[in-house]
Design a protein around this ligand. Structure first.
Ligand code: ACM
Length: 577
């Protein structure tokens, strides 16, 4: 056995230097990377550690050891030796998410200043090992899925020097679980995908006109009634749209489900941001509690059709409806420990407020008190400042708990929005449409912006990814501007903003956003999201000047092995031949 191993090592030593630089498959591309010659063969028994490690760092090392143990023939253990095979060094000079990684033929050393940094270093090591390691499968399991897949008992790691840290500290993915419901396991599968590509915020869109998915103990009808649609337009990748023909639901997440997901995400260094969309996109709540609508006597139902914007919105002129919104957010904040709460604020028509006596009176009183802008009797956006005021009320409730609020860009771009009020909230603006304009307005107000482009070069990765024949139905056209190269080429921070640090400092990150109007299962979600999610992840992490589509294409083509092993569907349109 030893002889065979020595011969393999000899062959590697002779052949590798003769070839071009070896392929080191890391997405997102690190900030600095020098590919060396040769490889490190992980010993059958190996050690990971350092002389003194905080418990939180030991946790990261132990997780790595566990995965290697489950997926390869190598058994690791934590060590206090300065001579550990994988040596961990705490380097306080490195940024919170940064790490350094050095792989030589003799061993591996990593340094970071935090558990997060070590986590990313271990993710990188797993990523450049054979794909079954990241897939968390052993040889037998991997070969059952891909019979051609060869697994060495001892994984090899290419020699490389990496000095890495992200471009943006916000690197997000949003999943709409309102229009269609995704199970706890589906969400874990998404979180796994995010973590491979070093994304760190999961924006969980929990409520929609089509379904209320968050259990609120104070208002049980929200899930008894609001999480059930009388029918539902489903989408099948082969058959296209069809009607379910029976009730869809009850589908919702209990507090325990949420906590399970939060904990799972936490282990992957992902923060979960709950979104409760208000005061629009809230018909599922009004179906349960019509008294909080502008027309309690009228018909209110959970929508069955998956698209659209409806005028049935929360009665922001009714103090009881406003208190209802606060109460919901209280439970959200009780369950979600993260620093952010997203309250939507998108696509909210004002027509119901215009007809409602309470809202009319509320508007007049606020104008009289000088609390909102008076746009004038003839202005068709006259009622919009009511939304700005409502947002301020929610922000006061959120910041009283020491948390921060997030809004969609309509809060600053809808005609008539009271920008002074929104500025005073200190909210982070998720800008989608018009994306760059929204971010520009936010930055001018001194508010942080996250770029999630809806238009060309789109980060709305639920849109059709190609316009070729046989492509399953989805939002958008699938023409060039929705396709992978356009997503990859999109510059989240335009050059002219980049040149002005006073502006660019407000561009805190990017997000891939996934709506589920036309997607009702996780397989189809994977198919549309992959590989465009990787393009957004690279925009989030890698320096702009490092981006190179052909290089990216080679890397994601290699990653299709990982996708296949983990049962992910993906678009094959741009795979390297
Ligand atoms: C949105 O797409 N309505 C934020």
């Amino acid at each position: 056995m030893k002889k065979i191993l020595l011969s393999i090592l000899f062959l590697i030593a002779v052949l590798v230097p003769a070839c071009a630089k070896q392929f080191v498959n890391i997405t997102p591309m690190p900030k600095q990377m020098e590919v060396g010659e040769g490889q490190y063969v992980l010993p059958k028994k190996f050690t990971v550690g350092a002389a003194r490690l905080a418990d939180s760092l030991k946790v990261e090392a132990q997780r790595f050891v566990d995965v290697i143990g489950e997926t390869t023939g190598c058994k690791g253990k934590l060590s206090k030796s300065k001579k550990a095979d994988i040596l961990m060094t705490v380097d306080e000079s490195l940024g919170y998410e940064a790490y350094k990684l050095s792989v030589t033929e003799k061993g591996i050393s990593i340094s970071a200043s935090s558990a997060r940094g070590f986590f990313y270093a271990f993710q990188t090591i797993k990523k450049i090992m054979p794909a079954n390691v990241m897939a968390e499968l052993n040889a037998e399991e991997a070969q059952k899925i891909l019979p051609w897949y060869k697994v060495e008992a001892q994984p090899v790691v290419p020699c490389v020097e990496i000095n890495d840290e992200p471009r943006f500290w916000y690197r997000g993915f949003m999943l709409d679980c309102g229009r269609h419901f995704f199970s706890v396991d589906d969400i874990k599968h998404i979180l796994d995908g995010m973590a491979i590509y070093k994304m760190n915020y999961f924006h969980w869109h929990l409520t929609e006109d089509q379904g209320w998915r968050f259990e609120v103990k104070k208002y049980p009808k929200l899930t008894e009634i609001g999480s059930v649609a009388s029918d539902c337009r489903m989408t099948d990748m082969e058959k296209g749209h069809y009607w379910l023909g029976k009730p869809y639901g009850p589908y919702f997440y209990t507090h325990e489900d949420c906590k399970e997901i939060i904990e799972y995400a936490r282990n992957l260094h992902i923060e979960v941001i709950p979104e409760i969309d208000m005061p629009g996109h809230i018909m599922s709540a009004l179906a349960a509690y019509p008294e909080f609508s502008c027309n309690p006597e009228g018909e209110h139902k959970v929508q069955t059709y998956q698209g659209g914007v409806w005028s049935d919105v929360l009665n922001v002129g009714d103090p009881k409806a406003v208190q209802f919104a606060r109460d919901v957010l209280t439970e959200v904040m009780d369950v979600f420990p993260g620093q952010y709460v997203h309250i939507g604020g998108d696509e909210c028509p004002t027509s119901a407020w215009e007809k409602n006596a309470q809202c009319q009176e509320h508007l007049n009183n606020l104008i009289k008190a000088g609390a909102i802008k008076d746009l004038g009797q003839d202005n068709k956006h006259r009622f919009r400042p009511l939304q700005s005021y409502f947002i301020k009320q929610m922000e006061q409730h959120i910041s009283a708990r020491g948390k921060k609020m997030i809004l969609w860009n309509e809060s600053v771009t809808a005609p008539g929005a009271d920008l002074n009020i929104i500025k005073s909230t200190g909210a982070t603006i998720f800008s989608w449409n018009p994306c760059q304009h929204g971010a520009e307005v936010a930055a001018k107000l001194g508010l942080n912006a996250v770029i999630t482009e809806w238009g060309p070069g789109c980060y709305y990765i639920n849109r059709k990814q190609h316009d070729g024949e046989g492509e399953p139905v989805a939002a958008g056209t699938g023409r060039k501007s929705d396709q992978l190269p356009a997503v990859y080429a999109y510059k989240p921070v335009p050059d002219k903003v980049m040149q002005d640090p006073e502006k660019s400092k407000y561009y805190i990150g990017v997000q891939a956003t996934f709506w589920t109007e036309h997607v009702s299962d996780i397989k189809y979600a994977d198919y549309l999201a992959f590989p465009r999610l990787l393009a957004v992840a690279e925009a989030a992490w890698s320096p702009e000047e490092k981006k190179d589509f052909e290089n990216f294409r080679t890397r994601f083509t290699a990653d299709t092995v990982l996708f296949d092993l983990t049962g992910r569907l993906y678009g094959k349109h741009f795979i390297a031949k």
